[in-house]
Design a protein around this ligand. Structure first.
Ligand code: 5GP
Ligand code: MN
Length: 356
């Protein structure tokens, strides 16, 4: 069988909300200096922190008091971003984060579309009565959770959407080095260095604008891709050896057990991008990477080529979601049982229903 039988594309038009107000409706609210919290998803990646800090560096120029709160730590590979040292880690500094949440007038929610994505911060965020503004590009948003915003799964990255927000707000002239570095980094990583289908002309137009304003893009590639620890490379070697290949069924699975995570001293962000390695094999259409956590919890990353909707697969079987070709989910069955479950789902042809 082939997962790539149908060559048609999926329809992924912009989501339309009845209850959520347009993003431009918040502009009048931003005219006077306010206390603003910007938050993002648990285990934030470069798009999550890049969009949050990009917006931070924009809003502070209007006199707003802005606090970025990440539900968990900012990984090492994005610590170089200007302003990363101002981000509050909710898990580590809960009291300060709660104070900032209590005191703020608005909460921007970036790069996630459902309160469950902030995990340990979910109860606090749900209890907050201030207007929440979403800017995000994932599928299936919980739109009535947000008062204002923009949710567009056709967009390459939340970072690109922050640029659109600034342009709509007629603030292009305020785009400085800090903003460009943050937004470029998140857009670069979410598009697989400008190769995924969501890399539209508008992405390249944004980057052309940044280049005209003096962005040194190669320094950002270096900061992200050439700044790993030696341990991370050893870890990659180990993970590649776990490769479980089924070329007939066009899938590949790799995993990291809790014991090996300790052995290789894995830090947040160290496994970023590993799943794509399995997808680089010609015959492989679906790649899966599993990471074992405490208490039999397993986080799962799915990637696909072409017209296979792994987001729906993750949502249906692993309480997850994400994008059409890149999604994540969770299992509580332990590593081995989860791998077996995935294999069974694929070999009983359950995946074929996700070919669009
Ligand atoms: P990653 O595999 O890089 O962790 O995630 C791939 C994509 O799926 C990201 O856009 C991420 O936001 C999304 N994602 C990952 N885990 C989950 C999850 O548990 N639930 C949902 N809804 N999305 C997820
Ligand atoms: Mn993103």
């Amino acid at each position: 069988m082939s997962f790539l039988k149908n060559s048609c594309c999926h329809e992924s038009g912009s989501s339309i909300y009845q209850r959520m107000k347009h993003i431009a409706d918040i502009f009048p609210l931003l005219e006077t200096p306010r206390k603003i919290v910007i938050t993002t998803h648990y285990k934030p990646d470069a798009d999550a922190i890049g969009s949050s800090l990009g917006l931070y560096h924009y809003l502070i120029q209007y006199g707003h008091q802005v606090q970025v709160i990440a539900p968990s730590e900012v990984p090492d590979f994005i610590q170089w971003m200007p302003g990363a040292d101002t981000v509050l880690n909710y898990e580590a500094r809960t009291d300060e984060a709660v104070k900032a949440l209590d005191a703020c007038d608005y909460i921007f929610c970036l790069d996630f579309n459902h309160p469950s994505r902030v995990r340990t911060m979910e109860a606090r965020l749900t209890a907050a009565t201030q207007p929440k503004i979403i800017i995000d590009h994932h599928l299936e948003p919980l739109s009535n959770f947000f008062a204002y915003g923009e949710s567009n799964p056709d967009k390459s990255s939340t970072c690109e959407m922050i640029y659109d927000f600034i342009v709509l707000h007629k603030g292009e002239q305020k785009i400085n080095q800090e903003i460009m570095q943050c937004l470029y980094a998140g857009c670069m990583t979410d598009t697989g260095s400008f190769r995924f289908p969501a890399t539209t002309a508008s992405v390249h137009e944004m980057i052309a604008f940044f280049k005209h304003r003096g962005l040194e893009h190669s320094r950002i590639h270096e900061a992200i891709y050439d700044s790993y620890s030696a341990n991370r490379l050893r870890l990659l070697g180990h993970v590649l050896h776990t490769l479980d290949l089924n070329e007939e069924e066009h899938y590949a699975i790799m995993s990291l057990s809790l014991g090996d995570a300790y052995k290789y001293e894995v830090k947040s962000g160290d496994t970023e991008g590993f799943v794509n390695m399995a997808l680089s094999i010609k015959s492989i259409a679906v790649a899966v990477f599993l990471t074992e956590r405490q208490n039999r919890e397993v986080r799962i990353s799915f990637r696909s080529k072409g017209n296979i909707d792994v987001s729906e697969f993750a949502r249906k079987y692993f309480n997850g979601g994400g994008h059409f070709n890149a999604a994540g989910g969770v299992s509580h069955d332990g590593l081995e049982a989860t791998i077996n479950k995935i294999k069974t789902l694929i070999s009983t042809k359950k995946l074929t229903q996700f070919i669009k």
